[in-house]
Design a protein around this ligand. Sequence first.
Ligand code: HEM
Length: 388
Amino acid sequence: MLSGPLWERCQAIVQDIDIGSTHQPESTLNIAQWTSHSVLDLSGLAVFGQEPGWLARYPDLPASLERRVATGHIRKIVLAIFPQPIRSLLLSSLFRVQELADLRRIQQVVRDLACIERQKIIKTNNNNKQSQNTECEDPPPPPPLNIISAMLQSADSSLSEEEVIGHILIFLVGASETTSASFQWMIIELCKHPNVQTRLREEVQSHWPSLSLSLSSANTTPTKPPPLFSAIKSLPYLRAVVDEVLRLHPAVVLTEHEATQQTTISGTLIPKGTLLLSPPLATNLNPRLWGDDAAVFNPGRFLLDNMNHGALGDESGRLRCANMTFSHGPRSCPGQSVARLMLACLTAGFVHSWEVSLRDPGQSYVPAEAVYARPMPDLMVTLKKVLE
Ligand code: HEM
């Protein structure tokens, strides 16, 4: 399962933050850069089972991905504003050279990753066959499952090479840029609400021994979640803070869907082929759903006691539906559990090791006008080591 390796990797990344001289009581970090690199590294582990540091093999990848995400936003605007013939003309004239070069670079990486995964699967299958033929001892354990290897190994998988590459590409961008933006908003909220940061630290510190211990217990079965996963789930305040950051700062600012058949939404006729753009914030900040403090950062609203008496009465199922950050329905985000896990592991490790505050407390941060709404300008923080 993913949670153990992900937890270990998160803690190593957080511990490795270089704050310069050990004699300095505190230091400044460009957390925007740090997060973007760290989360891409983690996504490699979660999605393709890559070893720590795999990014070093592809030094140009982060910049290419960043440019691709930026042009993706312009593409969305063009799609929303212009009719079809002008759209195609604009898109092909705006993006040809640089975009094609970036796309080729990213596709090459993705091909590489797909190839590595296929080789791992072939090796595991060969080991299994060999041990059956020779009736020797058990074969070496297979490498831990990741999203792409699960997809490649699934019994009904009839995906072509191009389809596999397409999926890896969506996962690579979808997993890293979104989670990175969300973690940066997490840090901003923790800095703006030191009381929340302190309460979270207390909860994490008090569970730290069981979090570390649960890594070493191996009584995992396919039907039973691994102990670490249960341990993280048993930290109610951590879960509440993650949920509240995701609600207030949806990383995907606009989802787009095309009606495949004529339908109606709240009585409005939607003809087949209509492009539907939906901003999650319209729902996530709706006072009718969330109460008068809908726009306020208040993790407490997600604690069970408060959920039963909140604006939605005791309908906690409705509360989940009122959060559009991962969308809902058949095209909702398939990586939401991994995203929550990455955010929870990174946040727990961060508050365990560091006291964090804004380097420029007067600075206000706004969502970037891009496909993924990371805070702008680049987030700079001051870190102080938490004394054990
Ligand atoms: C905080 C982090 C994340 C947010 C806010 C987020 C949000 C979203 C949203 C809103 C969509 C579009 C849903 C729709 O069109 O209705 C989406 C799609 C997708 N996400 Fe995420 N996501 C996050 C993290 C992840 C992670 C970690 C993964 C992979 C492990 C992932 C994989 C995908 C994929 C593959 C799609 C495309 C699904 C499809 O086309 O059917 N996402 N995500």
